[in-house]
Design a protein around this ligand. Sequence first.
Ligand code: XIL
Length: 302
Amino acid sequence: GSTLHAAASDQGRYFGTALAQGKLNDSQYTTIADREFGMITAENEMKMDATEPQRGVFNYSAGDRILDWAVGHGKQVRGHALAWHSQQPGWMQQMEGQQLRQAMLNHVTQVATHYRGKIYAWDVVNEAFEDGSSGARRNSNLQRTGNDWIEAAFRAARAADPNAKLCYNDYNIDNWSHAKTRAVHAMVADFKSRGVPIDCVGLQAHFNSGNPVPNNYHETLQHFADLGVDVQITELDIEGSGSSQAQQYSGVTQACLAVARCTGITVWGVRDTDSWRASGTPLLFDGNGQKKAAYTSVLNVL
Ligand code: XIL
C-alpha cells in the first residue's frame, strides 16, 4: 500500500488517527486524514463532559460530526471514552457513592446505545490504575464507588452495544516489567476467568525521552494477547525528531505486526501542530502537512 491505512490493511490491521471536530473545515487536515487513515477516534467529542454536560442531558452533536465525517469517508470509528476520572462534567465531579455509580452506568448505557452498531471498539474505562510501583487502582470518585465499578461499566456497555469490541485503555502499560502493566494484565486475566465482557486492551503509547518505547514492547503486547483479547495501540505519539523518532515509530509498528492479535495503531493527531502536547513534534506530519521521516519509517515496515 502507498498510504498508512492501505499498507496496514494489507497486513490485516488498521491505521488510525484522532480527529478534532473543530478542524473538520481545515482542508489540509481532512485531506491527510482521508488519504492516510482508516480508523477515527474523536479526540474529545465522545468524552463524558462533551456527551452529558448536564446530568441526564445528552449532547451528541460534536461526536456525531466526527462519526458522520468518518462514515462518510469510509472509515471505522473507535469510541473514546465511556468512563474516566478525567474530563468528567462538573456535576459528576461532585458526586460520590451509589449516586455516582448509577450516573456512571446510565452514562455508559446512554452513550453506547446512541452509537450502537457504529463503533468498532469502545474504550469503556480509561486510566483506572495508579502510576508507580503500587499496582493499585487510581483513587478517584469512580474507584471509591467500589472496586467492581470497572466490570459494571463493561457489562453495561456490552448490554447497550453487543457488537462493539470493549477495551480497557491506559498509558504507561507499555513496559512489561512495570507494576502498572502487570496490574492491568492481572485485571484482564481476572475478567476473562470470570466472564466479564472484555475484548481488548488499548495501550495509549504516549512516549517521550523520560518514557521511551521499551525494548520489551512486543513482549508486553503478546502477554496481553495471550489472555485472549485483542490489543490496540490507541493514542500513539513519540516526542523527538529525525531518525531517532523515526526508529521508535517503526519499532512500535513492528511490535504490533509481530503480534497476531494487535489489530491496529492509532496516532493521537494528524500534524505536529495538532498534537495535545503543548510543545514538541510527536506526530507523523509536520505543521505544513508534510510527511516526516517517522512517516516514511512506519510505511516502510508496514
Ligand atoms: C487529550 C486531548 O488530546 C486534549 O485535547 C484534551 O485537552 C485532553 O485530553 N489520554 C487520553 C486522551 O485518553 O483522551 C487524552 O486526550 C490524552 C491522554
